[in-house]
Design a protein around this ligand. Structure first.
Ligand code: PPE
Length: 304
């Protein structure tokens, strides 16, 4: 990812130069992981650049902040406007957007409540998260020996910076074992999600995905795929999924803002195969929606 292609970053209400977007080493969030963030994509459409499911992402950012006792000193509308301003000032027609709300400099120790709440928004060009070839041909996934953090330990609904060290351990472990991406099980041993993606499987033309209680982040792409699949006439079931049923799936795919819709062609030592019919159908509709060529879900695009 070419971060330096970008000139300006929004920080606490103003657009600052790239090289000035700095924080102190005694920033609370650096020491204790007390930050919450979003990953959003902006796509190029015939009506101009459009932020995908903008309101839903910003509203999840506010929910994550609430779970970590942070009051964001801006309204959702102000943050949405700031996102648009940041994209425009950098002259990008499509990009990845990373808003972050974090406990800043001013107080150390485990009580974060007196540390300031800082907000910044950066954008940068970010291509296929798991590679162009992955999007087309599917990726190889391995179940991690690390479990997804149970939701009575950390709220999986929150997209908090500190929670991502769990994802990072799983990701590095599986990369070092020669795979493209990890799959995490929940503390009960059921399938949860990838380090930065939700998972779906297809069996006998029915689509399955783990429920909220399987310690997942409730992905916005996950929700989009559920809605698209139902629109296409498929049955989608949110239920606990065992390891074995993943191995025996007809099709499997990861969803996420960064990963978009990435087919899975192998899990552990089991072959799932080339991207299947339903995966390809959903992928096509998704890519038509985000590029403004599918009116049915046009409301998901916030033209800037
Ligand atoms: N689960 C996790 C743990 C997760 O981080 C993401 C997004 C998802 C599911 C999918 O959620 P959604 O983007 O709303 O469909 N992961 C973000 C961060 C990736 C990164 O490497 O950084 C993302 O895709 O932007």
């Amino acid at each position: 990812m070419s971060l330096h292609a970008v000139n300006k970053i929004w920080m606490n209400g103003s657009l600052v130069n790239w090289e000035d977007a700095k924080i102190h080493v005694l920033t609370h969030a650096l020491h204790y992981g007390t930050g919450v963030f979003e990953g959003i994509r902006c796509y190029s459409t015939p009506s101009g650049s459009a932020v995908f499911r903008h309101r839903d992402h910003i509203s999840r950012l506010f929910d994550s902040a609430k779970l970590y006792y942070m009051d964001i000193p801006y309204s959702q509308e102000q943050i949405m406007q700031a996102v648009k301003d940041t994209i425009k000032v950098n002259g990008l027609d499509k990009c990845y957007i990373r808003p972050i709300v974090f406990r800043g400099y001013g107080e150390m120790g485990l009580n974060p409540l007196n540390a300031p709440v800082d907000v910044s928004i950066a954008v940068w060009p970010w291509g296929a998260y798991l590679g162009e070839e992955g999007l087309e041909k599917g990726i190889r996934v391995k179940t991690s020996s690390y479990q997804r953090i149970p939701s009575n330990t950390l709220p999986s609904m929150a997209k908090a910076t500190g929670q991502y060290i769990n994802s990072i351990l799983a990701k590095v472990e599986t990369m070092k074992a020669g795979y493209d991406e990890a799959l995490l099980l929940d503390s009960r041993g059921f399938v949860s999600e990838g380090p930065g993606e939700n998972i779906f499987i297809v069996k006998d033309n029915v689509i399955y995905t783990p429920p909220e209680h399987a310690s997942i982040l409730k992905g916005i792409t996950r929700d989009s795929v559920i809605q698209i699949a139902r629109y296409l006439g498929y049955k989608v079931v949110e239920q606990d999924i065992t390891r074995a049923s993943i191995y025996l799936a007809d099709e499997a795919l990861f969803t996420g803002t960064a990963a978009e819709i990435t087919p899975i062609r192998e899990i552990d030592s089991y072959e799932i195969g080339e991207p299947g019919k339903i995966t390809k159908e959903i992928q096509k509709v998704f890519f038509d929606i985000i590029t403004g060529r599918f009116d049915e879900f046009g409301g998901w695009l916030d033209i800037i």
